[in-house]
Every structure is written in C-alpha cells, then in structure tokens.
Design a protein around this ligand. Structure first.
Ligand code: SF4
Ligand code: SF4
Length: 67
C-alpha cells in the first residue's frame, strides 16, 4: 500500500500539494510548525495511490511517497 509522509517543519503551507492530489488525501492541518505555518497533514492516507504528484509539486521537498 502507498504511503505519504510530510515533514511538517519544511512545509510552508502553499497548498500546491493539496490542489494537485487527485485523491484529495492532503489537507491543511490545525497545528502550526515552529515557523508559524499551518502544515499539511494526510487526512485520508488510505486513499493515497502513490502517484507522487504531491512530492513533485512541493517546492520545499517536504513530501515523501512510498509505494
Ligand atoms: S502520492 Fe498522489 S494520491 Fe498520494 S497524497 Fe500524493 S498526490 Fe495524493
Ligand atoms: S506543497 Fe509542500 S510546502 Fe506546499 S503545502 Fe504542500 S507540503 Fe507544504
């Protein structure tokens, strides 16, 4: 099964990954990182298909996808 992990400290909350995920797996979380950004969380990790669109689009290289 595919899995996605987000390094919360690297996330700047641009939300590109949220927009580009075809399965609506990712969402803006409620917590903030040490830089004050509301980082992304995998809200529906079971729906991830491992396409890695999110990892490719992330300008901070904050996302890793395992398949
Ligand atoms: S790998 Fe694909 S399906 Fe999984 S979270 Fe990233 S964009 Fe969404
Ligand atoms: S694309 Fe990267 S930096 Fe932007 S919100 Fe997603 S994880 Fe955070």
């Amino acid at each position: 099964m595919a899995s996605v992990t987000i390094r919360s400290e690297s996330c700047k909350s641009c939300q590109y990954c949220v927009k580009y995920c075809p399965k609506e797996v990712l969402s803006v979380g409620k917590e903030v990182n040490s830089k004050g950004y509301q980082f992304i969380v995998a809200l529906k990790p079971e729906d991830c298909v491992g396409c890695a669109m999110c990892a490719q689009i992330c300008p901070e290289a904050a996302i890793e996808v395992y398949k």
